[in-house]
Design a protein around this ligand. Structure first.
Ligand SMILES: NC(=O)c1ccc[n+]([C@@H]2O[C@H](COP(=O)([O-])OP(=O)(O)OC[C@H]3O[C@@H](n4cnc5c(N)ncnc54)[C@H](OP(=O)(O)O)[C@@H]3O)[C@@H](O)[C@H]2O)c1
Length: 330
């Protein structure tokens, strides 16, 4: 007798939930990134259920579909399998990720600051065999960390990484090059959903330093202190200097770089005036681009949307699908 004949119902009518337990998810934050993630998860009802959504301000309009909470402990009391962190860099985010790791809850995060500052959280999750992924934290929609991991898995030795890693700075620089003032350029970046309420980490190079720290972890198995990476601020240049460079065929770009040598790995975030035909000078708007150079001579260049709801939420959702594919749902 065949297996299909032994069943009371045809296989294609078996509800997926009967075969696979659904992943119980707590969303940490529901702003630009996680609102996009929520929409993606709503399209996966057989695999995912939303246990709670944590925000800073209570939701004014009642929404019976979800438990909207402002208390982290109450969110963890819902018994999640996975937390998806799209909080800003704040004490609440650090507390939430520490709690998740302590309780064996899988973590997916877009929050490069906390992940870069707390390498111990990833190390502890890995030792415990708990999922800990943060594809969206570097490159937005550009698969930087995945590419680094793949190159290493194929036996390559990465020697240098150089790129435009901060979409907000690049967007702002593009407006400054056209004579727009700093204030108006920053407001435009916020209105477009690229810049956070406080954009100083983007413009002062700290955000790119966080990303370098994460790339260094993936490429070189080291955990540099992101606050120790020398960084130039956009405010170190005037609109006049940026316009003057443009008239001379140069474009300022915030260039983040790691290079491995005999003295170890050097990291920096510098505002560089690059010739306009340089690959990094041609990065426009909120795009990111990165060159990854290997000892073998292999050089890879990635270019794509470095910020914004759709690409960033897409990266988070790809981490969710990877977790589901591993079948590590309790
Ligand atoms: N935006 C991008 O393009 C992008 C790209 C890559 C990575 N990221 C990273 O993703 C994270 C989120 O970015 P976003 O642009 O989505 O930010 P956002 O739009 O400002 O949303 C932040 C969310 O976090 C909530 N929140 C803030 N502080 C909180 C607290 N103390 N407790 C509980 N909830 C709190 C906010 O609550 P309320 O709704 O009540 O204000 C909001 O829902 C950041 O770490 C950012 O660096 C963003």
């Amino acid at each position: 007798m065949s297996l299909v004949a032994a069943l009371d119902y045809p296989l294609d009518t078996v509800p997926t939930a009967a075969l696979t337990p659904r992943l119980r998810v707590v969303l940490l934050g529901c702003g630009t990134v996680n609102a996009g993630v929520l929409a993606g998860l709503e399209a996966m009802p057989a695999q995912v259920e939303i246990a709670a959504i944590v925000t800073r301000k209570p939701r004014r309009k009642p929404d019976d579909r979800y438990a909207w909470l402002t208390d982290l402990n109450a969110a963890f009391d819902t018994g999640p399998d996975l937390v998806i962190d799209a909080l800003p860099d704040c004490a609440a985010a650090e507390k939430a990720l520490a709690l998740a790791v302590e309780r064996g809850v899988h973590v997916i995060s877009a929050n490069k600051a906390v992940i870069a500052r707390r390498p111990d959280l990833e190390a502890r999750a890995r030792r415990a065999g708990t999922g800990f992924a943060y594809s969206a934290a570097v490159g937005g929609g550009v698969p930087v960390l995945e590419t680094v991991a793949r190159l290493k898995a194929s036996g390559e030795t990465i020697t240098r990484v150089r790129g435009v890693l901060n979409g907000t700075s690049n967007f702002v620089l593009g407006l400054l090059e056209n004579g727009v003032s700093f204030d108006k350029a920053i407001t435009a970046a916020q209105a477009a959903g690229f810049a956070e309420e406080d954009p100083s980490a983007d413009l002062d190079g700290l955000d790119a330093a966080f990303k370098l720290a994460l790339i260094a972890r993936a490429a070189f198995d080291i955990a540099p202190d992101p606050y120790g990476i020398p960084a130039d601020s956009l405010f170190d240049r005037s609109v006049g200097q940026i316009l003057g460079a443009r008239e001379n065929g140069l474009r300022y770009r915030q260039v983040a770089e790691l290079s491995a040598g005999a003295d170890g790995v050097l990291a920096s975030v510098r505002l560089q005036a690059l010739p306009e035909d340089h690959a990094l000078a041609r990065v426009e708007n909120e795009d990111n681009a990165i060159e990854i150079i290997c000892a073998s001579g292999t050089t890879l260049t990635l270019h794509g949307k470095g910020a914004g709801q759709a690409p960033t939420a897409g990266s988070v959702l790809s981490d969710v699908r990877a977790l589901l594919a591993k079948g590590s749902v309790r």
